[in-house]
Design a protein around this ligand. Structure first.
Ligand code: ASP
Ligand code: MG
Length: 416
């Protein structure tokens, strides 16, 4: 007998017919002799609707009341699922977030501090399925809180860790985690295994399968996750701490894209110590995160250009900050370009195999993709390029790393 958490997303809970489908999956796990906790999302679109209602009620709504409103979608689906399970002859009951999930931090984006497990243990020992609304918690002063958009994944992981579950299965509208966004590469392949680290780096890829915060939490708790289709019986993707011998791959895990970068270039800076700090210091003070940086000295060595990227949304603020420091920094011109994109290869193998990075640059060069900047971390190598070259780059790399699915394999996204 195992103790398992099953989490169902909004698409799987949208309407009574789908809730019945969820209930039969829960029943199957229960009949296999497992202790089962189910964490549910609101019906698809419901949270958006509630957020909109808050905006209409008051442009600056009280965050405490915002949480009261937006947490309600999960209350409805939890009650409906418990009823449906009872109707199928199972023992089941719902719990509300305020009974179980103590949270800290700002309303609308709070974090799980602790899980009160007594009620849950009691229910599970008595053979009852515990149905729990995701996304909700309770603050120290007894008010309803929510965990940020997409927070039900984090609820599921937090609850699984809190009750000592053996595993946490995330049921969703795709059948797993893919090597890249299937909208760019239709022959993207579903991964059987991925590590937590890789998953965190790939979080920006296409369909946001899991809330990033939930992956970080699962990694810290060393709680294995599975991402599975709620609609088809397919093996899904296992998210694990390390790849075991049977999971080895001699290529990368996948390719991430990020259009949300903008480039700033400052020309003809004095080539002196401290110049990079003079540029980046004020940006850091303004809370603007810099991602990639390249400094290129001129041939004479007296002057250099510096190019760096910031999130597109911060571009104008970043330029304003630099403008005010023009005299200190001492540059000639400030150039900018929001139409750049970052393409990254991600994989734990990058750490030990330099040939993987070499393959990347060879493939991009052969496709005549001009690199504006490059950066690397332990398990990721990123290249910045113009946005119109991004999709070609992803396709070329997907092929170069041998990730394309064979024509006889099931096409990506066909499950959804
Ligand atoms: N219903 C919430 C949202 O849409 C939480 C979730 O589904 O994970 O953000
Ligand atoms: Mg989600």
């Amino acid at each position: 007998m195992a103790r398992i958490v099953m989490k169902f997303g909004g698409t799987s809970m949208a309407g009574i017919e789908r809730i019945r489908n969820v209930a039969s999956r829960v029943k199957r796990e229960r009949e296999a002799g497992n202790e089962v906790l189910v964490v549910v999302s609101a019906m698809a679109g419901e949270t958006d609707r509630l957020v909109q209602l808050c905006r209409e009620a008051s442009a600056l709504s009280d965050p405490k009341e915002y949480d009261v409103v937006v947490a309600s979608g999960e209350q409805v689906t939890a009650g409906l699922l418990a009823m449906t399970l009872q109707g199928m002859g199972l023992k089941a009951r719902s719990f509300m977030g305020w009974q179980l999930v103590r949270s800290v931090g700002a309303h609308g984006n709070s974090r799980i501090e602790a899980i009160e497990r007594e009620l849950l243990d009691e229910a599970l020992h008595g053979g009852t399925v515990a149905v729990i609304p995701g996304f909700q918690g309770v603050s120290e002063d007894g008010r309803v809180t929510t965990l940020g958009r997409g927070g039900s994944d984090t609820s599921a992981v937090g609850i699984a860790a809190g009750v000592g579950a053996d595993r946490c299965d995330i049921y969703t509208d795709v059948d797993g985690v893919y090597t890249t966004d299937p909208r760019i590469v239709p022959r993207a392949r579903k991964l059987d295994f991925i590590t937590f680290e890789e998953m965190l780096e790939l979080a920006g890829v296409g369909a946001k399968v899991l809330q990033t915060r939930s992956v970080g939490l699962a990694m810290r708790e060393n709680l294995p996750l599975r991402v599975l289709s709620a609609f088809e019986d397919l093996p899904g993707t296992e998210v694990v701490a390390e790849l075991g011998a049977d999971m080895e791959r001699n290529t990368i895990a996948g390719i991430a894209t990020d259009r949300n970068e903008a480039k700033i270039t400052l020309t003809r800076l004095a080539d002196r110590a401290g110049v990079v700090g003079a540029v980046l210091g004020p940006l850091a003070e303004a809370g603007i995160a810099i991602d990639m940086i390249v400094q290129a000295a001129s041939r004479e060595g007296a002057e250099s250009d510096i190019t760096f990227t910031v999130p597109t949304a911060s571009l104008h603020q970043a330029m304003a900050v630099i403008e005010t420091r023009k005299a200190d920094i001492g540059y000639d011109e400030m150039l900018f370009d929001p139409n750049v994109a970052k393409v990254s290869i991600v994989g734990v193998g990058i750490r030990s195999n330099p040939a993987l990075a070499a393959t990347m640059f060879k493939a991009l060069a052969e496709a005549r993709i001009n690199l504006i900047a490059v950066s690397a971390s332990e398990i990721k190598v990123s290249a910045l390029m113009t946005e119109d070259q991004m999709e070609t780059a992803v396709r070329v790399l997907h092929t170069a790393f041998g990730l394309d699915s064979r024509p006889d394999e099931k096409a990506a996204g066909a499950a959804a």
